[in-house]
Design a protein around this ligand. Structure first.
Ligand SMILES: Nc1ncnc2c1ncn2[C@@H]1O[C@H](COP(=O)(O)OP(=O)(O)O)[C@@H](O)[C@H]1O
Ligand SMILES: [Mg+2]
Length: 318
């Protein structure tokens, strides 16, 4: 089956420094793919590249992004503009920065439908109310006329999701969509995202730094580090047997799945190398307790059975 989204060897640079370094992955309809990694690893840039909204002076310097069989990087800007918010939409961590405070929530959900789908006001209103209901807003017809500040944080995030779904996109890019929310609301939103992926046969790229979030709702996992992918697998196989030492260490630092209290957790000493500091060989080597001389060699992505891929020469011996 042709994937909904295929990213092939994508590189993004800022002033000659690569912040995303030749990443490849694909996403099927109906599935949630988590892109997971510490802050600064290039996750948000990847999502922006898919929308073709990499901020200046950043530039996509190589690679292909194929969506529904179309090569996005080759499309004229006006076609891309038609696609944003209609075929591909994006939600962010903090809904207050994306919701307009002076427009009612309902108005904002109706807007993309009127623009892209040419619906009349009354049709758009009926669909907006149905969407508010489908994302779990109680009394949706009454809440339709509320302003964003009248909603709680969790409700605002639901409203953002309703807005993103307004034109039934095939692909939803969700960049840390639950980071600002408390754990109970976070779970509800993640459950909603997973249900929507299945019920609407939509592909979701879920960006997060939190493996707990991945465990909660991802079907597939790509682990990102310093602009590279280090491991890729189905979530089931990944949680059973993570192979990269970085993934294993992340796993030890993640709060236990099902644990409602966020405890102080151990963390991985050191930090993600900045774009200028990249060296030859494994990028995780300076922080890796298992590093060997062989880790100074270039590390290709290797297949370890099935769809499980890892960029570590030690992986099969771990
Ligand atoms: N405007 C910019 N100019 C230069 N570098 C940037 C800019 N924005 C982001 N970066 C760099 O790109 C890298 C990846 O950033 P980002 O995609 O936001 O990471 P993540 O979302 O994984 O936290 C970081 O090292 C960051 O410093
Ligand atoms: Mg980010």
């Amino acid at each position: 089956m042709q994937p909904l989204l295929n990213v092939d060897d994508l590189t993004i640079s800022f002033g000659g420094l690569d912040v995303v370094r030749g990443i490849s992955f694909s996403l099927q309809r109906g599935r949630v793919l988590a892109l997971v990694g510490e802050s600064g690893s290039g996750k948000s840039m990847t999502a922006h590249a898919i929308m073709r909204l990499v901020p200046r002076p950043g530039r996509i310097t190589s690679g292909k992004i194929t969506f529904c069989g179309k090569e996005l990087l080759a499309l004229p800007e006006h076609s891309m503009r038609q696609m944003r918010g209609k075929d591909i939409s994006m939600i962010f961590q903090e809904p207050m920065t994306s919701l307009n405070p002076v427009l009612t929530v309902g108005r904002q959900i109706m807007e993309p439908m009127e623009i892209h789908d040419g619906l009349s006001r009354s049709e758009a209103k009926a669909r907006a109310i149905a969407l508010l209901e489908s994302v779990g807003i109680p009394a949706p017809a009454a809440r339709f006329s509320d302003y964003p500040h009248q909603f709680s944080g969790g409700m605002r995030q639901r409203a953002m999701i309703a807005m993103a779904l307004a034109c039934s996109p095939a692909l939803l890019l969700a960049d840390e969509p639950t980071t600002a929310l408390d754990i109970t609301i976070q779970r509800q939103i993640l459950g909603l995202i997973k249900d929507l992926a299945q019920s609407r046969d939509m592909g979701v790229l879920l960006i997060t730094h939190d493996l707990g979030v991945v465990a909660e709702c991802a079907d597939d996992v790509s682990v990102m580090y310093a602009g590279q992918l280090l491991e890729q697998s189905t979530a089931e196989v990944f949680f059973r047997e993570p192979l990269h030492p970085y993934a294993r260490m992340l796993m030890e630092c993640a709060p236990l799945v099902g644990n409602h209290e966020r405890q102080r957790l151990p963390f991985i000493p050191g930090s993600v190398p900045r774009p200028g500091e990249i060296q030859e060989g494994c990028l995780f080597r300076p922080r890796c307790p298992l590093a060997q001389p062989s880790c100074r060699e270039p590390q290709p992505m290797r297949c370890i059975g099935g769809d499980h891929m890892v960029r570590c020469c030690l992986a099969k011996n771990l």
